[in-house]
Design a protein around this ligand. Structure first.
Ligand SMILES: [Zn+2]
Length: 80
């Protein structure tokens, strides 16, 4: 099963090995979210290619809506 990345306001477990889910704090700036993900990825000894964290299988770990590809605006993530 591929690793998944999600954000949550309350984090009980950054990495859930059973579910294969990495949880990052919601509401962080995209840069900080990526940095946090890279820190977790390093902790888990997952591969990183050109600053892009990868799953064990080599698939890019996408943050989905967490990290907008283009910096057109500062979107608040997870805030009401
Ligand atoms: Zn995978």
């Amino acid at each position: 099963m591929c690793m998944r990345v999600q954000s949550a306001a309350t984090i009980t477990r950054v990495y859930d090995a059973g579910a294969g889910v990495i949880t990052l704090p919601a509401g962080l700036a995209p840069d900080l979210t990526l940095r946090a993900l890279l820190a977790v990825v390093a902790e888990l000894h997952l591969p990183v290619l050109d600053g892009q964290p990868l799953c064990w299988c080599g698939q890019p770990l996408t943050l989905g809506c967490l990290i907008p590809r283009q910096r057109t605006g500062e979107e608040t993530v997870g805030a009401a």
